[in-house]
Ligand binder design. Structure first.
Ligand code: ADP
Ligand code: MG
Length: 308
C-alpha cells in the first residue's frame, strides 16, 4: 500500500495548485478521519479517488468543523459522514445524536394525542407519582394495567375509573400512564370530556361530528378525563358518550375515566338527569353498565396537589 501522504503530495504537485488551495487541501488530506476512512475503504476506492473526491472531502471537513463550532451548517441538526459511492468518496448527512433524541421525543409525543388537555400533562411520569398509602392502590392498578396491556394489547383489559376529589392527581396519573405507554410504543388519546362535549356541539355546524367521534371510538387506548364535571345534554350523553362507549365495549378497547364522582354518584346525580331536567334512570343505567364493563372503580384520596 502506497503511503497516503506521499500520494497526496504527488497529486498536489502534479496539479500545480495555488498556495491557498494547497494549504486547505493539505489540512483535509491530513485529517485523521479522512485518512482513516481512506485506509479502511481503499480496496473499494478508485485509484484517483483523492483528486476526484477532493471537493467532497473538503466539504466533509469544513461542515464537520462548522457543526462542532455550532455555526450554521449545510443541513441543520445533521452531521457529515464519509461514504463510498461508485468507488469515490461522498458525503452523507446523518442526524446528530441531539437530533435523533429530538426525533424520538417527537414520535413519543405523537403517541399521546390530547384533546383540550393542559400542556403540563407532557411532564407527568409514573416515577414522580406520589407513593403515599392513599394513592398506592391507584398507582398499583395503573402499573398492573400497563404490564397486562403491553404483554397482549389485543386482549381485553379492564382499565381504571379514578374517582376522587379535585386536585388529588387523577389527571396526572392518567397522563403518566399515557406517557409510559408512549415510551413503550403504544398510542393513547386523552380527552377532557366537558370541553370535548362543547367542541362536538360546535362541530355540528361544520359537519365534523362523525370524524371527531370516530377518533375517540377507535383510539387504541382512550382516557376520558373529568366525566361529570359539567352537566351533559341528552344528546352528548346518548349520541356521543353512549356511542363511544358502546363501540369500545364491543371492540374491547381499553377506556379509562376520571371523575370527581363515584360511579354511583355519576349514575344517579349526573347521567340520570339531562340538562333539560328529564329523569332517565334507564339510560343512565345502560351507560353505567358500559362504564363498569370498561373500567374498575378506584378511589383516590389525598391532599389537593394543586398550587393554591
Ligand atoms: P385532579 O385531576 O385529580 O383534579 P391533577 O392531576 O390535575 O388532579 O393534579 C393537581 C395538580 O397537582 C396538578 O398541577 C398536577 O400536575 C399536580 N400533581 C398531581 N400529582 C402529582 C405528582 N404525583 N407529582 C407532581 N405533581 C402532581
Ligand atoms: Mg383532573
Amino acid at each position: 500500500m502506497e503511503d497516503l501522504s506521499k500520494t497526496m503530495q504527488d497529486l498536489m504537485n502534479q496539479r500545480h495548485l495555488n498556495d491557498n488551495y494547497r494549504q486547505l487541501m493539505a489540512k483535509v488530506y491530513a485529517d485523521p478521519q479522512v485518512t482513516a476512512f481512506y485506509h479502511e475503504h481503499q480496496a473499494e476506492l478508485a485509484e484517483d479517488v483523492m483528486t476526484r473526491s477532493a471537493a467532497k472531502l473538503y466539504e466533509f471537513v469544513t461542515e464537520r468543523e462548522k457543526a462542532a463550532k455550532g455555526t450554521a451548517t449545510f443541513a441543520k441538526g445533521y452531521e457529515p459522514q464519509l461514504i463510498v459511492a461508485n468507488h469515490l468518496i461522498d458525503v452523507a448527512y446523518v442526524p446528530t445524536v441531539a437530533t435523533q433524541e429530538k426525533q424520538a421525543q417527537q414520535q413519543l409525543r405523537q403517541r399521546v394525542k390530547s384533546i383540550a388537555m393542559p400542556k403540563s400533562i407532557r411532564e407527568a411520569e409514573l416515577d414522580s407519582f406520589d407513593r403515599d398509602a392513599d394513592r398506592a392502590e391507584a398507582l398499583m392498578a395503573a402499573l398492573d394495567f400497563i404490564d397486562a396491556y403491553e404483554a397482549s394489547p389485543k386482549r381485553r383489559h379492564q382499565a381504571l375509573y379514578l374517582e376522587g376529589s379535585f386536585g388529588v392527581g387523577k389527571t396526572y396519573l392518567l397522563a403518566a400512564v399515557a406517557n409510559q405507554l408512549a415510551t413503550d410504543g403504544f398510542s393513547t388519546t386523552l380527552v377532557h370530556f366537558p370541553s370535548f362535549a362543547v367542541e362536538m356541539k360546535n362541530a355540528i355546524a361544520q359537519n365534523g361530528v362523525a370524524e371527531k367521534l370516530d377518533a375517540l371510538k377507535r383510539a387504541p387506548v382512550l382516557m376520558i378525563d373529568d366525566i361529570g364535571a359539567d352537566a351533559m345534554s341528552a344528546w352528548v350523553r346518548d349520541d356521543i358518550l353512549g356511542v363511544i362507549l358502546e363501540y369500545r365495549m364491543q371492540e374491547e378497547l381499553p377506556t379509562f375515566f376520571s371523575s370527581n364522582f363515584s360511579m354511583e354518584q355519576l349514575e344517579t346525580e349526573h347521567l340520570r338527569i339531562s340538562t333539560r331536567g328529564d329523569d332517565e334512570p334507564l339510560k343512565a343505567q345502560r351507560l353505567m353498565q358500559r362504564i363498569r364493563f370498561l373500567a374498575r372503580e378506584i378511589t383516590m384520596v389525598g391532599a389537593n396537589r394543586r398550587p393554591q
